[in-house]
Design a protein around this ligand. Structure first.
Ligand code: TMP
Length: 234
């Protein structure tokens, strides 16, 4: 599979074409951003770790019967993936209240939620990815029909159940995370896309509650790469 031209560059990844029009290469950069690009830095080795961690998690999700865009990891920084038309919605699942939920609604940080909570935000950097409702998503056609949206929401909760168990087994609390989905350009099937890594999850050590995720960067807590290495190791 030969790597072609750059198709898209995001904040943490680059997508390249290949000789197959339906397959693309996802390259993991070391760049980190927070607060909609206001804070930026390079974290040496982050891309390599996220590539590996995301490969591991997506392969496991595939094994529980949820299709993902991942075909295979190609090398330290690249994965071969199915090209998708991404729904412009971030699906956020929360088990413990923290981050923007506590800021927006005045909920106590660390409060354990009675059951997992799903939120949606509209992927639009100019607007700062605002929180939206299911009704917004359908009204503005960000996901084409209610059945598809319900199927995606169902997948989000299954992924949460699975990942909570997986992380619990290595003494990590899955606090919250973000998922993205798209339609495969091959057969229009819904695929889990993007990445799942400490960039897109909040992960706390069970015993010490130490943050093992991108909050170390967002909040200037230091030892970012050590935390990502710890997640990869476990
Ligand atoms: P939030 O509390 O800032 O809304 O973040 C919720 C979760 O979503 C957290 O695990 C971090 C993740 N996230 C992303 O992956 N990308 C983003 O752009 C944002 C804002 C959050």
């Amino acid at each position: 599979m030969k790597k072609g031209k750059k198709l898209y560059e995001g904040k943490a990844k680059i997508i390249y074409t290949t000789t197959d029009k339906n397959l693309v290469i996802q390259y993991f950069k070391d760049d980190a951003t927070a607060f909609n690009n206001l804070k930026k830095s390079k974290i040496e080795g982050k891309g390599v770790l996220n590539n590996r961690i995301s490969e591991h998690i997506l392969n496991n999700i595939n094994q529980i019967g949820i299709k993902t865009h991942l075909i295979k990891r190609l090398n330290m920084r690249e994965q071969l993936i199915e090209l998708c038309e991404i729904f412009p919605v971030e699906f956020i699942v929360r088990n413990i209240a923290t981050g923007s939920l506590t800021k927006r609604l005045g909920i106590a940080d660390g409060a354990v939620l009675k059951k997992p909570l799903i939120e949606f935000s509209y992927k639009n950097d100019d607007l700062g990815d605002p929180v939206v409702s299911k009704e917004h998503i359908l009204e503005f056609g960000w996901v084409d029909n209610p059945e598809t949206l319900d199927a995606i929401i169902y997948k989000c909760f299954r992924i949460n159940d699975f990942m909570q168990g997986m992380f619990r087994g290595v003494n990590i609390k899955l606090v919250d995370f973000k998922l993205e989905f798209g339609r495969s350009t091959i057969d229009r099937k819904i695929l889990l896309a993007d990445e799942i890594s400490p960039d897109t999850c909040r992960l706390w050590d069970v015993s010490s509650e130490k943050k093992l995720d991108k909050d170390r960067f967002r909040k200037d807590l230091g030892n970012i790469i050590q935390a990502y290495q710890e997640v990869a190791r476990r």
